[in-house]
Design a protein around this ligand. Structure first.
Ligand code: ADP
Ligand code: ADP
Length: 229
C-alpha cells in the first residue's frame, strides 16, 4: 500500500511576468518504510518536491497523500503540526544550533514532538552517546550529521526527508551516514527519502525516482537493494 502518493502535482513559481513550471503533473508513490532516492540534475525539481512533501510550500495543482491524508488540503496550522510531528529533516549542512550541545539540539526536537523515541534512544541509534555533551564546534562533519539524524529520529517521524545528506562529507563518512539511515529505516519502519544528484546512492535504494525538467523520467523499484557495509 502506498504511503506517500503524488497525484498530478504541478508547482508553478511566478516572479514578475515570468512563470517557471518546477514540477509538471507528477505522479508517483512510495511505500511505508521504503528507502527511496530521488535523483536528477540541478534544476530538475528535487528541492521543490521535497519542499511540497515537507509542508514548506504549497502545490499549484494536484494532491499529495501521506498515510491517506491529503496534505494539500491542510491549513497553515495543520501544516505546522504535520512538519513538527510527521517529518524529520536532514540537511546537507546539518543546521545544528551552535550554542547548544549535541544532546540539547536533539532533546529540543524531542520535547516539541509527541514521540515514543527518547532523545537517549536516538543518540544511541546513531552511536553518539560518548559525544552527546559536546558542542557542535567540537564535532566532525560526520558527527554533526549524526546529531541531525538523531534530532530527526527522536520525533519518530513517518517520513525522513534528507537533502544531499552526504554532500558535505568524504565518501567513507558518507557511507557511514547512509548505513545509519538504512538501518534506521529498517528498524523503525521510517520512510526515508534522500534527494541527491549522486547516482551511486541509487544502488542502496528500494525505490529510485528520476526527475528531469520537472517531470518523472522513471520510477524503478528493487526487491533487494544493496546493503551498506
Ligand atoms: P541545488 O540544485 O544545488 O539544490 P537549488 O535547488 O537551491 O540548488 O537551486 C536550483 C535552482 O533554483 C538554481 O538555479 C537557483 O537559482 C534556483 N532557485 C532556488 N531558489 C530560488 C528562489 N527563491 N528564487 C529563484 N530561483 C531560485
Ligand atoms: P533542483 O532541486 O533539482 O535543483 P529546484 O526544485 O530547486 O531543482 O528547481 C526547479 C526549477 O524551479 C528550477 O528551474 C528553478 O530555477 C526553479 N525554482 C526553484 N525555486 C524557485 C523559486 N522559489 N522561485 C522561482 N523559481 C524557482
Amino acid at each position: 500500500m502506498s504511503f506517500v502518493e503524488f497525484q498530478g502535482v504541478t508547482k508553478i513559481y511566478k516572479s514578475g511576468d515570468a512563470t517557471i513550471k518546477a514540477l509538471d503533473n507528477i505522479h508517483f508513490s512510495f511505500e511505508k518504510g521504503s528507502f527511496a532516492v530521488i535523483l536528477g540534475p540541478s534544476g530538475s525539481g528535487k528541492s521543490t518536491l521535497l519542499n511540497l512533501l515537507g509542508g514548506m510550500d504549497f502545490a499549484s495543482e494536484g494532491s499529495i497523500l501521506v498515510n491517506e491524508i491529503n496534505i494539500t488540503k491542510m491549513d497553515k496550522g495543520q501544516l505546522t503540526l504535520y512538519r513538527r510531528n510527521d517529518i524529520g529533516f536532514v540537511f546537507q549542512f546539518y543546521n545544528i544550533l551552535p550554542n547548544l550541545t549535541a544532546y540539547e539540539n536533539i532533546d529540543m526536537a524531542y520535547r516539541l514532538s509527541k514521540s515514543s523515541i527518547s532523545s537517549e534512544e536516538a543518540i544511541e541509534a546513531v552511536g553518539l552517546k560518548h559525544r552527546m555533551n559536546n558542542f557542535p564546534s567540537q564535532l566532525s562533519g560526520g558527527e554533526l550529521q549524526r546529531v541531525s539524524i538523531a534530532r530527526a529520529l527522536c520525533k519518530n517521524p513517518n517520513i525522513m526527508l534528507c537533502d544531499e545528506p552526504t554532500g558535505a562529507l568524504d565518501s567513507e563518512t558518507g557511507k557511514m551516514i547512509l548505513k545509519i539511515l538504512q538501518e534506521m529505516s529498517a528498524k523503525y519502519n521510517t520512510t526515508v527519502i534522500i534527494v541527491t544528484h549522486n547516482a551511486v546512492i541509487a544502488d542502496i535504494a528500494d525505490t529510485v525516482l528520476r526527475l528531469k525538467d520537472g517531470k518523472v523520467e522513471s520510477v524503478v523499484k528493487s526487491d533487494n537493494p544493496l546493503k551498506v557495509e
